[in-house]
Ligand binder design. Sequence first.
Ligand SMILES: O=C(CO)[C@H](O)[C@H](O)COP(=O)(O)O
Length: 229
Amino acid sequence: MNVEEMKKAVAKEALKFIEDEMVVGLGTGSTTAYFIKYLGKLIMDGELEEVYGVPTSYQARLLALEAGVPVVGLDEVDAIDIAVDGADEVDPQMNLIKGRGAALTMEKIIEYRAGMFVVLVDETKLVEWLGQKMPVPIEVVPVAWRAIAEELEVFNATAQLRMAEKKDGPVVTDNGNFILDAKFHRIEDPLDLEIELNNIPGVVENGIFADIADLVLVGTKDGVKRMER
Ligand SMILES: O=C(CO)[C@H](O)[C@H](O)COP(=O)(O)O
């Protein structure tokens, strides 16, 4: 199995957790894109009924509409039964770094509220400790970006303003903010750092998702493996 096949395999596995009448948080990224597509097919074929998706980004919303998943906003539902999303790093305790797609704030809002949060990754995302490969994305109020980048030096982190690729200037999130990518040497206590970063005025949210995943489906060369609590 190559990485793309691993992504498809975990996306298919996640469908097993979706039942009629569920409200499903729809994550962002290339792995979740497969999940949304497959979910839409089940709905269109009549194999799932009364299932609604709550998107975590414009990307997820557009994909859901295209695939035939009825979309509702977070403020239109009483509860979210399950959320399904990808991740950039997963440590052995199932703590995550997310936000490569700059959708971390809505992802955390929705996944925190979900009855069950299922994470879809291929085995390249598994790390011994968070920060091993990836920076931590931090969504910040635009005018505060430089002050926050300087403050992050206290945490021994080097932060870079994320620049757009098909637009001049910085990436602007779905919420109208900027993203700082903060490289830490080694994150010893993810929960503590997650809370500390969010205490900095001007930080909207950060991409450490500590202690929130219920199940991680890992695509490997030998098939889908599970990490669970
Ligand atoms: O956090 C995310 C977006 O903000 C994505 O879920 C994460 O980057 C994984 O994406 P992919 O499945 O494309 O590797």
